[in-house]
Design a protein around this ligand. Structure first.
Ligand code: NAP
Length: 325
């Protein structure tokens, strides 16, 4: 086993630098904990995929990348250390300390870890999707719906998210098509009923999206293929919301940790997972919604719970006459 150097030893390691990770780093740093945040790309997470944010209190309207920069600066101001690296896995040793192994071959250790690695919306992987992401292609109705006031929209998918978010989008859009690849939804009956009763929603069954067509200003239409007849058609829309699943990034955790059927981590009210010392905050946690505000709320709780956990651990270890970590 690699012997960790003093530089690699922290009080808390935060895995993932989206809003939850950045907020946890700010609180942990401010709480005088030796804090390390590991993020594989630029800090900001999903903020960097969002053009404009209009639902973060205190900022009527702010660019996603600007909010990401402000949160990063804020966390650094309180002393959190940032490294750019990808976590391969983390595991808890018998002495209760976590080893966090990275792609660059580093091992970081700490008695507490907050996982804020978020999740990834599944993509259609069709032409136009990447080109028009943020310009009419969206994966978050609550974040982007208000930009489509008066438009005709399409939602792709047939699960809870698609059906529920289509209903939500009708408060802005004049019409919302739900484009689904089969002839029945997998969404729960109550959500289906709500959608069927909504006069602004029209369901287009048995169709897959083959291409998202656009122009400089954004999305213009979907090119569809009928899964039964093979016929192709063009559906003019001003935007498309893709809800074909969301994968929480929890694969890095070695050992069993409680999660739900979709893979979201189950925590208690202090953001504690089923592994002692392992906390979770943000999109990868099982909860009602996935918003910037809920992510930072989770992270605040997690950082404060970590402080309490470390104090209790220190007391127990001092009573037993063992060392600092
Ligand atoms: P989901 O339940 O996995 O549904 C994904 C939907 O997308 C399915 O209808 C699937 O079609 C379709 N799909 C998958 N890949 C596709 C592709 N390449 N092209 C076209 N369609 C595709 O995902 P979700 O709706 O995001 O929900 C994820 C989890 O969160 C679920 O457990 C859900 O219950 C939960 N959730 C709950 C609520 C709520 O209770 N209010 C809200 C949101 C999410 P098929 O049906 O043909 O497979």
């Amino acid at each position: 086993m690699t012997k960790a150097t003093v530089e690699e030893l922290y009080d808390v390691i935060i895995v993932g630098g989206g809003p939850a990770g950045l907020c946890a780093a700010m609180y942990a740093g401010r709480g005088m904990m030796r804090t390390l945040l590991i993020e594989r790309g630029l800090p900001g997470g999903e903020l960097l995929n969002t053009e404009l944010i209009e639902d973060y209190p205190g900022f009527e309207s702010i660019l996603g990348r600007e909010l990401a920069q402000r949160m990063t600066d804020h966390a650094k101001k309180f002393g959190a250390t940032f490294v750019t690296d990808t976590v391969d896995y983390l595991q808890r040793r018998a002495d209760g300390v976590f080893e966090v192994k990275t792609e660059l071959g580093k091992t970081y250790v700490a008695p507490a870890v907050i996982v804020t690695a978020g999740g990834t919306p599944s993509k259609l992987e069709v032409p136009g999707e990447k080109e028009y992401a943020g310009k009419g292609v969206s994966y978050c109705a609550v974040c982007d719906g208000a930009f489509f006031r008066g438009e005709v929209l399409a939602v792709v998918g047939g699960g809870d998210a698609a059906v529920e978010e289509a209903d939500y989008l009708t408060r802005y859009a004049v019409k919302v098509y739900i484009v689904h690849r089969r002839d029945e939804f997998r969404a729960s009956p109550i959500l289906q009923r709500r959608a069927f009763e909504n006069p602004k929603i029209e369901v287009i069954w048995n169709q897959v999206v083959e291409e998202i067509e656009g122009e400089e200003r954004g999305v213009r239409a979907l090119l569809l293929r009928d899964t039964v007849t093979g016929d192709r058609s063009r559906l003019p829309v001003g935007g498309v919301f893709v809800f074909i699943g969301f994968k929480p990034n929890t694969g890095i955790i070695r050992g069993h940790v409680d999660h739900d059927a979709a893979g979201y981590l189950i925590t208690d009210s202090q953001m504690r997972t089923s592994i002692p010392g392992l906390f979770a905050a943000g999109d990868l946690r099982q909860q009602l919604t996935r918003q910037i505000t809920t992510a930072v709320g989770d992270a605040t709780t997690a950082a404060i719970a970590v402080e309490k956990y470390l104090a209790e651990r220190k007391e127990t270890r001092e009573a037993a006459g063992v060392g600092r970590t």
